[in-house]
Design a protein around this ligand. Structure first.
Ligand code: IPM
Ligand code: MN
Length: 347
């Protein structure tokens, strides 16, 4: 029997509950689909940092490298560890070390979920560059604490980085409605963003079957609200994609429905699957976090592993649950109730 090794990093806050929920669903669908998932849990988190002074051990990347995929809950507990420390100690290094350069986030309404918009038929796939750009971590501060203080943070856009994320976008568009929106701010940022636009224009002739449009980020934000149905695949830089995907989460009914995949398309290292929502300290340990984003991320993991039938079964089970009104409104149902409804739909 085929077997996949999965590293489970529940992390902080609601990450624990939603990862357990997703894992239960994934185990169940694996059993019914003729393959096995071997999970190994890692306690890396802010609590781990408080104990050890590190978010994860020094050899964590080497440990994770041996797995077929990583399922992550959430990282961050700002009351105990500054976000700038916890995220640069766990989530961001994994994305970079494993060249998970494509962060994929689907935005559509699940059946039974009411979003804040009148439009209901949208189906957007946001693809966010995930390893460089504005989140490269290049910069510094001098004269700290004085009136002469200076902080510099430089965006880094490489030809390799921009080209590969755009190619990935073009290829995803080919699997969908063949429409690609490339997002920049080249009217104001005249180096990096003009460069991005140029790469988009240079690659476009290689994908004559894909209709490409370049948008500015501000106009795209408005479009996602006013005309989300007009969009298919949206490709953006790390920062712009980060912001647009929270907007995407909002129009799909909230962060409880926002799934994501950090993909290494070359498969030279494991990819990582995580809900977009974060650790949500205000509702942590209350048992009311919506596990749908985590379960959906798990379905994306199965798809990446090549288990497309099982991935489709999980999506159908999520949709069967939400169509019955389970988990469709924030705070309405407990994590366990929603998980049970998804499991029941699988059976
Ligand atoms: C996300 C999150 C992270 C990011 C933060 C926590 C660093 O907001 O996955 O969207 O921006 O990458
Ligand atoms: Mn974000």
């Amino acid at each position: 029997m085929k077997s996949y090794s999965i590293a489970l990093i529940p992390g902080d806050g609601i990450g624990e509950g939603v990862t357990e929920a997703a894992w239960q669903v994934l185990q169940t669908v694996a059993e019914g689909s003729g393959f096995a998932l071997q999970g190994q849990r890692f306690p890396w988190s802010c609590a781990y940092y408080k104990e050890t002074g590190r978010m994860m051990p020094e050899d964590a990347i080497e440990t994770l490298r041996g797995f077929d995929a990583i399922l992550l809950g959430a990282v961050g507990w700002p009351a105990e560890v500054p976000d700038s420390v916890s995220l640069h100690g766990l989530l961001l290094p994994i994305r970079k070390a494993f060249v998970q350069y494509a962060n994929i986030r689907p935005h559509r309404l699940l059946p039974g979920v009411e979003g804040p918009l009148k439009a209901a038929g949208f189906d957007i796939l946001c693809i966010r560059e995930n390893t460089e750009g504005e989140y490269s971590g290049a910069g510094g501060r001098v004269h700290q604490g004085t009136s002469d203080e200076v902080a510099v943070e430089t965006s880094i856009f490489t030809r390799k980085g921009v080209e590969r994320i755009l190619r990935f976008g073009f290829e995803q568009a080919r699997l969908r409605k063949r429409k690609l929106a490339s997002v920049t701010k080249s009217n104001a940022q005249k180096y990096s963003m003009v460069f991005w636009d140029e790469v988009t224009a240079r690659l476009a002739p290689e994908y004559p079957d894909v209709q490409v449009t370049s948008y500015h980020i501000d106009a795209m934000a408005a479009r996602m609200v006013m005309a989300p149905d007009s969009l298919d695949v949206v490709v953006a830089s790390n920062l712009f994609g980060d912001i647009l995907t929270d907007l995407g989460a909002a129009i799909q009914g909230g962060l409880g429905f926002a799934a994501s995949a950090n993909i290494n398309p070359d498969r030279s290292a494991p990819s990582m699957f995580e809900p977009v929502h974060g650790s949500a300290p205000d509702i942590a340990h209350l048992g009311i976090a919506n596990p749908i984003a985590a379960i959906w991320s798990g379905a994306m993991m199965l798809g990446h592993l090549g288990e497309h039938g099982a991935a489709a079964k999980v999506m159908a089970a999520i949709e069967a649950a939400t169509a019955r009104g389970i988990g469709t409104r924030p705070g309405q149902d407990r994590t366990e109730t929603i998980t049970t409804a998804v499991l029941a739909a699988l059976a």
